[in-house]
Ligand binder design. Sequence first.
Ligand code: M6R
Length: 608
Amino acid sequence: MCGIVGYVGSREATPVLMNGLKRLEYRGYDSAGIAILHEGKIKMVKTKGRLAALEGKLNSVDLKGHMGIGHTRWATHGEPSDANSHPHVSSGGKIAVVHNGILENYIKLKDFLISRGYNFQSETDTEVVANLIDYNYRDDLVKAVIETLNEMEGAYALGVICTDCPDEFVAARKDSPLIVGLGKDENYIASDIPAILEYTKNVIILEDREVVRISAGRAEIFNLLGERVYREVFHVDWDVASAEKGGYEHFMMKEICEEPAVVKAAISPRIRDGQILFENFSLTDEMVRSCEKINIVACGTAYHAGVVGKYAIERLVRISVEADLASEFRYRDPMVDKKQITIIISQSGETLDTLMALREARKKGSHVVSIVNVVGSSIARESDDVLYTFAGPEIAVASTKAYNAQLTVLYLLALKFGQIRGTVNDEDIRYYLDQLMGLPGNMEEILRDKKEIQRFAAGHYNAGSIFFIGRNIDYALSMEGSLKLKEISYIHSEAYAGGELKHGTIALVENGTLVICPMTQDLLFEKMVSNIREVKARGAVVLAITSRKHAPEAEKAADAVIAIPDIDPLIAPVTAVIPLQLFAYYMSVMKGNDVDKPRNIAKSVTVE
Ligand code: M6R
């Protein structure tokens, strides 16, 4: 949500900032802008709409200079408009600011600044930040920013330029991501690594409440007391190609096609001599043995992976598992204590609700193991233990490969916990590892048959409403199929547990209603066949997704069947989700939607 880029060095800043903003488009935005400091003046171009609109405006403006800041805005305070777009400049034109996050006490601060003669051009909280820095400024920008941050309540990542400082700018963060990229005689800031990957792979990940002064030759970090602090430089091993489409029409399709490799990458480094190893784990066997309950907390797709994880852990470890939405968990004073382990799942590692849930669990004494994709992200850094998913950058807003990677790590965790607690024996470990290692091959097979799903989508992309019905793990999978469909096709959709259908929802089924039924659970296959018969009796059109061995039976009940390779039902979501992701993808393409950047949603949700 919102993207920030900053640059200082010998290159022209505008193209560097525009490249960076393009790499951050995936985060979601509705307006964009850049400000360049040149010959003592701040020049700014900003606009409502996409980066193409900003590029259009830039064609008619001479925006030369070697230092600047850029921003993509996802509206919170004030509608998407030219005036509300960032950067925002202080009343006298001395300070320009880009901001990600929400300033909670901005009304009080705004009233104060108005009483001191400042005027405001926008409805944003960010303009308050620009004016407050100006108010606090004497002759030291770092000092003025620190003073301002000490008066601000809320979350922020900031980039600040000042007409008195021609060769350096200042950045800061709290609860919103910000990295510093270190080049040779040039330096950068960005909300995320892909923005600067083509220029440098050496980054510093700022901690909360840190301020950095950046010139072409150095990056000096300070805490909010103004003291120097020193941070480790990370070398990022993602290559530039991983953040590019590589011949695919959309990032989403590229990322779906990467899933077999992603699953392999999540398993391989963790298996040695037939045993599961989690390196540098501080969670001891004794803590696993004495654990009384496991909480899994996440949002969106990561939450859906967590619900599958609940089924898997309960089945393999025989311990009670609660899967909860982070936004609910954090506000319900959850019954968590030090006898419980909390698993936090997040692709970005920056989702604010998930981060706050993590803090709540740790505050109550629970050991937190996080399953995260982005290395060095806030959630990764604040967890007791991290299991990275190694999925590479996920650019499409709709999460796909991260889900498979999260599931894979959850299965490994369930097996490991089961082994420690004695609910899983060596033979089970061998069996499941064999099944898991067979997944990439099975996934490749499903991907080879994409056309079948494309054809089915072609016949249904005008549907007004689509239901997903599943039982047990397939219910968890249905939730993910339904979310994927609604977020990129904008078709109303709901997921229901098969057994719940006749308790109300079946009233909505009428002639032509499309119902999609994942049915990968052997023990519940017949029950699902009954559900199909119930909805078909009311006129529904049914697509079943099932294993090859059940396909002939499913064909007798459903209108269409997608058959996937036979694997153990416990791990079936890793393969069965692919047809659901492809279905959502093709529906979106056929409707002419912006597949990778669907309306209203952001990749990284850093506000509540
Ligand atoms: O980065 P996270 O995994 O914490 O993000 C959680 C959700 O915001 C995310 O999964 C969202 O639901 C996706 N758009 C789903 O495709």
